[in-house]
Ligand binder design. Structure first.
Ligand code: SF4
Length: 434
């Protein structure tokens, strides 16, 4: 029996790095500190052992599958690489390298989650902080359009609400928790203040709050679901707290014109810094979606929806988002680095994707809405392979390996495909005419 301390979990964007894992006879037998989402994931590692590669459902060798995958990508004039949020820095870098070599469009699951938030911060800026600052300083904690009790079970315990911090010695007793949402949730049940919002009215509520913070009179009661008296009280609390934070989720960014909602929130937070210290942070869901943003940004200059067809990176979320390109039938082959993200595609995009040659790189167990032409089974970062995952606040967390596997990592497979493509010089001719 072996025990491993300080193991990081990549099931959600909290990337908790305080787990203790017990390994017996090559399997994880115990995972202390894991929440109800993480524990079954850790304990099921090793339950499924699909072949390393399948072509049209038939087991083949890794090399055979790599050759076929390179052939598919070489024949494509508009390949798409999508996913990346369950990978790690090495895999994400390898995916960008492949995308650049073959003139592909590369997009991440962020384009169907917090893309509007990224666009908003590009427009109006963002006042940010680490989760460590929140733990040590925040006395007013607001969640907007997010239900962390369900989606990030240890967020309260580790960062936002319960821990004692350097300037928050009383922990929970020293914090006020406000939750703004369109309906009661398990998170609103434990809030000190629940701010009800009419669906589709976030922008109005945030703009009203901004007026109140600036001292601009608001005469009429808002029809946004949030009573004016509550908004006046919240504006006063925001101005007079010592350190405030708003965590916002997909309930804000994926409703209506999400980037305008998020921009209104970021502008409100900016205004509050005239009175006190206030920050905003996205509640990221998959374990390393923040890492995918980071790697694409430092490799290409842009965080998602990047196109290499002209040999240099171009960014345009409307034009190069995976879903948009699939709906417009502008893709002729697709490589998925983690295929579970396709579940968020529209029916139209999914229907077209199913008609394409698809190469999928997936962790076991493989559960997906699509049947790929070629499927590679890859090792799991943080279980079988070391790596790096970026926590939702952009802090890189090292991932350990503590189980053996014969599966290659997604980085290994992607590098093999790049090498195979590079062997064939005709690829360069292909790129010249794109
Ligand atoms: S809160 Fe998220 S990162 Fe932490 S243990 Fe649970 S699933 Fe893993």
């Amino acid at each position: 029996m072996e025990q491993f301390e300080h193991v990081a979990c990549t099931v959600c964007g909290c990337v908790c790095d305080d787990l203790r894992v017990t390994v017996e006879e090559g399997r994880i037998s115990k995972c202390e500190g894991a929440c109800r989402l993480a524990e079954p994931w850790f304990l099921s590692q090793g339950d499924h052992r699909p072949p390393v590669a399948l072509i049209e459902g038939q087991p083949v060798s890794l090399d055979t599958a790599v050759v076929r995958a390179a052939d598919i990508l070489r024949a494509a004039s508009s390949p798409l690489i999508y996913g990346l949020s369950r990978s790690s820095t090495d895999g994400q870098r390898a995916a960008v390298a492949l995308g650049e070599r073959i003139g592909a469009t590369i997009d991440t699951t962020a384009s169907l989650c917090h893309a509007p938030s990224v666009v908003a911060l590009q427009e109006v800026g963002e006042v940010t902080c680490t989760l460590g600052e929140v733990k040590n300083r925040a006395d007013l904690v607001i969640f907007w359009g997010s239900n962390p009790v369900a989606s990030h079970p240890r967020h309260f315990e580790r960062y936002a609400l319960l821990p004692e911090g350097r300037f928050i010695p009383g922990g929970r007793a020293d914090r006020t928790l406000v939750v703004a949402d369109v309906k009661p949730t398990p998170t609103t049940e434990i809030a000190d203040i629940f701010l009800p919002i009419e669906p589709g009215s976030d922008f109005e509520v945030l703009t009203t709050l901004r007026c109140l913070v600036r001292g601009i009179p608001v005469k009429a009661a808002s029809s946004s679901g949030a009573p004016l008296a509550m908004l006046e009280d919240l504006a006063e609390r925001m101005k007079t707290c010592r350190y405030g934070i708003i965590f916002f989720g997909l309930g804000l960014s994926m409703t209506g014109l999400g980037h305008h909602n998020v921009a209104a929130l970021l502008l409100l937070v900016g205004d509050l810094n005239n009175y006190t210290r206030f920050c905003a942070r996205k509640m990221r869901i998959p374990g390393d979606v923040t890492g995918a943003d980071m790697v694409l940004a430092w490799q290409t200059g842009y965080p998602f929806s990047v196109n290499f067809a002209r040999g240099y990176p171009r960014y345009n979320p409307d034009e190069f988002s995976a879903q948009g390109m699939l709906e417009r039938e502008e893709v002729d082959a697709c490589l998925l680095v983690g295929s579970e993200g396709v579940a968020r595609f529209s029916e139209k995009a999914l229907a077209y994707l199913r008609r394409l040659p698809i190469i999928a790189l997936d962790y076991p167990p493989v559960e997906s809405l699509i049947v790929p032409t070629i499927r590679f089974t890859t090792a799991v970062y943080g279980i079988h392979r070391p790596g790096t995952a970026y926590r939702m606040d952009g802090v890189p967390i090292p991932l350990r390996s503590f189980l053996h596997t014969a599966y290659p990592s997604d980085c290994d497979v992607l590098n093999m495909i790049v090498d195979r493509c590079m062997e064939d010089r005709s690829l360069y001719k292909l790129m010249e005419v794109k």
